[in-house]
Design a protein around this ligand. Structure first.
Ligand code: 13P
Ligand code: SF4
Length: 304
């Protein structure tokens, strides 16, 4: 921590001078998560918190689509992302044309789009979802067929939770979660039968089957805090276990985990630079933002 202290002090001071708040995703490194974040959470919590911000400036410690969502919900505020290259394989996998293709293939079916997408894609969709509310959002659609984009694994996992709907999906995936395999988890379990295995729903369905529980990042944290297993394997991004292990000394967190190269582009140094220079402001075309806001707001309204 000694090497982080000067950054943490300087950032917290600059936050006051700029009247800024830091919204940080659960995948941020511990020094960001514990040292400078005003709000931490999963994608849904961060979107909801973004609607309540009173400060003039939001610094999004997360990936670009999260900063865009904050901007969509706060068009008159400055939303900074410390590294514009903090992308997401899911957001890159689909464009508004892809949504139009799906609509042409399944006429009349509503499009439920994961928040891990660009503003243009959200604008072309009917409603957004996150991993914590996807089943609820899909179940609420007034149609037998529902299009889910762009995460095929989330869609396949939700299809099992909402069997009354015919779910069709886009062929996108998360490069972090698609690397876990059921074979590895089952082999681990064979030697460690008491370890609680907890997987994010961006993992393939057979990986989720091999786990004891599946949920959003905050769902995973809540599960571990509630259950307090002696040993836990979080089948998700590496920082999750690092961020919660200090407060759960009785839980032994074991690997493997995968690093998200996009999330890891956000560092203390870059946060300090963005607050100092006020560079890295996210802009969304107002007409696109208006349409995208409808999809995000519908999701928030259904989730509260
Ligand atoms: P949640 O925090 O909503 O579970 O999403 C995980 C993720 O991959 C965000 O990029
Ligand atoms: Fe995208 Fe996966 Fe990284 Fe989340 S963990 S930002 S879904 S690539």
């Amino acid at each position: 921590w000694a090497m982080f202290a000067p950054y943490v002090v300087a950032i917290n001071q600059l936050k006051k001078e700029r009247n800024a708040v830091i919204l940080a995703h659960n995948y941020m490194t511990p020094e960001i998560y514990h040292g400078i974040a005003d709000v931490v959470g999963d994608s849904l919590q961060l979107a909801i918190e973004a609607t309540k911000v009173e400060a003039d400036v939001i610094v999004q410690c997360g990936v670009h689509f999260m900063a865009e969502t904050s901007k969509i919900l706060n068009p008159s505020k400055t939303v900074l992302i410390p590294d514009m290259e903090a992308g997401c394989s899911l957001a890159e996998s689909i464009t508004a044309e892809g949504i139009a293709e799906m609509r042409a293939q399944y006429p009349g079916a509503p499009v439920v789009t994961y928040v891990n997408t660009t503003a243009e894609v959200k604008a072309a969709s009917d409603i957004c979802c996150t991993s914590s509310n996807a089943a609820q959002i899909v179940a609420a659609q007034d149609s037998d067929t529902v299009i889910m984009t762009p995460d095929k694994y989330l869609a396949q996992n939700i299809a099992r939770e909402v069997p009354q709907k015919r779910i069709v999906w886009w062929d996108g995936s998360c490069i972090v979660h698609e690397r876990f395999t059921a074979h590895d988890l089952n082999a681990f379990r064979a030697h460690n039968p008491d370890t609680r295995i907890i997987a994010h729903p961006e993992c393939p369905p057979d990986v989720v089957d091999a786990a004891d529980f599946s949920g959003s990042t905050s769902g995973i944290i809540a599960y571990v805090e509630r259950e307090r297993p002696a040993q836990a394997m979080l089948v998700t991004e590496c920082s999750m276990a690092s961020n919660i292990s200090d407060n759960l000394p009785d839980v032994d967190f074991v690997g493997p985990c995968n690093m998200c190269p996009y999330m890891k582009k956000i560092t203390l140094e870059k946060v300090l630079w963005s607050l100092h220079s006020m560079q890295g402001a996210v802009e969304v075309d107002p007409a696109i933002a208006d349409k995208a806001r409808r999809s995000v707001q519908r999701m928030i309204d259904l989730s509260q």
